[in-house]
Design a protein around this ligand. Sequence first.
Ligand SMILES: *Cc1c(COP(=O)(O)O)cnc(C)c1O
Length: 382
Amino acid sequence: MKFGTKAIHAGVEPDPSTGAIMTPIYQTSTFAQEYPGKHKGYAYARGKNPTRNALEKSIAALEDAKFGLCFSSGMGAMDAVIKMLRPGDEVITGNDLYGGSYRMFSKVFANYNIKFHYIDLNDAENIKQHINTNTKMLWVETPTNPTMQIVDLKACAAIAKTNNLIFAVDNTFASPYLQNPLALGADIVMHSVTKYIGGHSDVVMGALVTNNEDYHTQLAFIHNSCGATPGPMDSFLVLRGIKTLHLRMERHCANGEKMAHFLRNHPAVEKVYWPGFTDHPNHEIAKTQMRGFGGMISIVLKNKAIENTFKIASSFEVITLAESLGGVESLVNHPATMTHASIPKDVREAAGVVDNLLRFSIGVEDIEDLIEDMNNALNSGS
Ligand SMILES: *Cc1c(COP(=O)(O)O)cnc(C)c1O
């Protein structure tokens, strides 16, 4: 089956008790048993809930994966992956990570003696140099946030394989419509479902998919034991959102492309980060591992003053100043003080997240309105 058909049908079957074609919201915490241990496959809703199970099948299908698990947030999903490790283990990851991922690695799991190396993943030799006998995992985000660098997933998979590392990919920015890391050699794919998969900025959720049965068993055990499981209402909302994922992504890509070119020619803009430009340093890799370049764009303003950046960020009328991304509505974010505020200033600036950088999640509105709003806001600065 192709993507659009899977988005609409995978995991969703008419409800066996009534024939309802949409999966009902099974708003229940527990399920009746005939005698102890004999039930219809459902015992307690932390372990299994029919609405959530339909969603898990749907998301697994979108990534062509055998197994899927949904979590109460993207961070809850990542937390489960890191809990596969033991004290003393080491992880190699990028130096341009989602701020919350960096915070969890450096402020939570570092206390449990798990060591993280934040490095430039563009250079395969650099990755190899950081591998030692304690290295157990390679955690990659691509495109990166907010500077839209592209990491070569096939090259990472080869290194992970030779060195027996679990290769996990945060595929949030690309969505399963634009990129399928399992097909490129990843072991585990994580999504902040909050973003493109949910797509309507009304749910916080995470997901993990894998083809590896052993990893799935470990993750499912952690999922049920630690309990970061989402409720049925949220699962229903995401099932509904997924039905238009392919349509939304096409429009995000089309709008993103037009906006990226507009920004590049605007006199207030110094630099535009978007992997679709032919002179983006990893454009060729992006072309081979992604099916489109998405609607995430960051810009560096010519004027370095943070006051000017703030003025522009608060001058939009259609685009909303808010954290998050991937919804139908366009958002602008100031990473240095919002999504990436938990990263020390020197580390942040070394990764290019300067005070005069703004990140945009270009939505699916009419592009003429977005460009007009962008132009007015940029011209309000000095
Ligand atoms: C938002 C996000 C997360 C965290 O997901 P939540 O659903 O907010 O917990 C992780 N990685 C990336 C790339 C994100 O954008």
